[in-house]
Design a protein around this ligand. Sequence first.
Ligand SMILES: C[S@@+](CC[C@H](N)C(=O)[O-])C[C@H]1O[C@@H](n2cnc3c(N)ncnc32)[C@H](O)[C@@H]1O
Length: 218
Amino acid sequence: MLSHEAARAFYDRLGAGQDTQRFFEDPATRELVKYAEFHRAERVLEFGCGTGRFARELLTDHLPPGACYQGLDQSSTMVRLARERLASFGTRATVEQCEGSPRFDVAPGSLDRIVSNYVLDLLSENDMRLFVAQAERALAPEGRLCLVSLTRGTTLLSRLFIWGWERIHALSPRWVGGCRPIEILDLLPDTRWRIEHLNVVTALGMPSEVVVAVLLAG
Ligand SMILES: C[S@@+](CC[C@H](N)C(=O)[O-])C[C@H]1O[C@@H](n2cnc3c(N)ncnc32)[C@H](O)[C@@H]1O
């Protein structure tokens, strides 16, 4: 597991290089878009927005014209890149640098969507639970939590891929950006969440868990 400081240093160095992962990631985020109903969202927060690539796609193709987007990332390089990429959207898009532990500084029940792609898989168990607690506070009832994470393989090739990945992670988490395969359903109690969509999408051997969960009222 990378500490917050080590993860920040890693992603500060990686910068725009993060976008080379798109061949592995885009099939899963495309599936997320199908089930997230972004066209009905007015306020969206993305945790770990990276270079702002997914945000630009959301603002250009999927969100209504008046919708606002807020990106958070703990890496100053990523925040700079995302701000540059989203500058043309003016006040509709803001990007802030955050501390290591997930904390959404927004009014309770004020968000329609919270998105996080390939970030939970590098957080500690404690931070993942904190993230879900923050989402439960910040989302409006019927708001959607939209997550894509590295996960366990479901095919021979993807099981082999993850077997190799875990060996590398065990030698040095840095070599794989701190990410390890996770399954997040256990973190979403069915008293608070309805699972709208759950699937594992495999691209070039890499398995990604796509989850869209709806926050129940009350
Ligand atoms: C694997 S990258 C994914 C970036 C982007 N979501 C994407 O799919 O291209 C992980 C991102 O999460 C950010 N990150 C890692 N730990 C974080 C934390 N504790 N709080 C906020 N951002 C974090 C990193 O700086 C990096 O931008």
